[in-house]
Design a protein around this ligand. Sequence first.
Ligand SMILES: [Zn+2]
Length: 376
Amino acid sequence: MGLFKSDAVLQTKLERVSLGESRILSFWRAYKDDYEGKSMKDTIEEMRGRKFRSGLGYDLHRLEVGRKLIVGGIELPFEKGSVGHSDGDVLAHAVCDALLGAAGLGDIGTHFPDSDPKWKGANSLLFLEHAKKLLDENHFAIEHVDAVVITEKPKLGPHFPKMREALARALGVSAADELVLVGDPIQFAAYAYWYLKIYGHADVRTLDGGRQKWIDEGRELTTEASSPAPKGYSARERDESIRARRDQVLAWLNEHGRALVDVRSPQEYAGELMAPPGYEQEGAARTGHIPTAQSIPWAQAVRDDGTFKAADELAQLYGGKGVNGDKPVIAYCRIGERSSHTWFVLKHLLGYQNVRNYDGSWTEWGSMIDVPVEKP
Ligand SMILES: [Zn+2]
């Protein structure tokens, strides 16, 4: 590599794709009990070897007058721009190379050769989208992207938020913060989880057992209100693949090979109660349940302390009622909160592919005209 004057080159070094160190540490803490007796270092090594891969990307472009300067998908106002067959986006190229490298899927040159006229002047975010597609096909998930761009001029800092957003969009991940939801009662956290997923928040978890378990374990509490600093948030395009609408439920009534789960109490299912005690004002016009729905009250998925049951118990609970991973499933309750909990269990603990939450639920169904209702 030759030497360039510092404002004449733009280079990017990408150090880690995959899980950042801090995330590994927090994961280790969360699962410490499973790793009792092992040192943190051994645990991290073991987890790395088993689950995580890192990729390294590096790129360098010469700058020239008369070219656009595009970094991280954002055009920056500057008198020079990077020379390249594509738009010369040094950051997108390095990230792309790191991702392909981590997955052992070749490099940017093999996928997007600069001899191919198709890529002349191309938006490099397309490379990232393509890389992401390849990763998906090969069952890799992106956990973390860390990048360093070295330049003397122009200043990049003010453009970071937009770059981050553009790269995250191209990679189908969220640029938003890691969120931990603490429910009280626990199903509220599941509802918030589902809601955040609808709008594409990538990194969100729920505290197993919720606030009550925290209290039961004698952990620290405070009465002080927190004062987080306001920051921008951009929601992604709505993901309707985890949501069911009334028309779909109606269409399902005549179909085979699918499962409908009523997660309310047996009394609500049987039409003896309109709503759980304490919520009488929030009813529907009629009582009963949607025909063909199986009754599996949501709380059967948790133990007495509110934590999730083990996977084999859960598989037995739902599988025993014909709700298995081979079929698409729709869960409903009264307003979609308790069914979010069941949705979470089926989707994320049992790993069923096609699970939807019908958030209109009984409040909508029980108030509609001309839909069938079953009541024993
Ligand atoms: Zn490049």
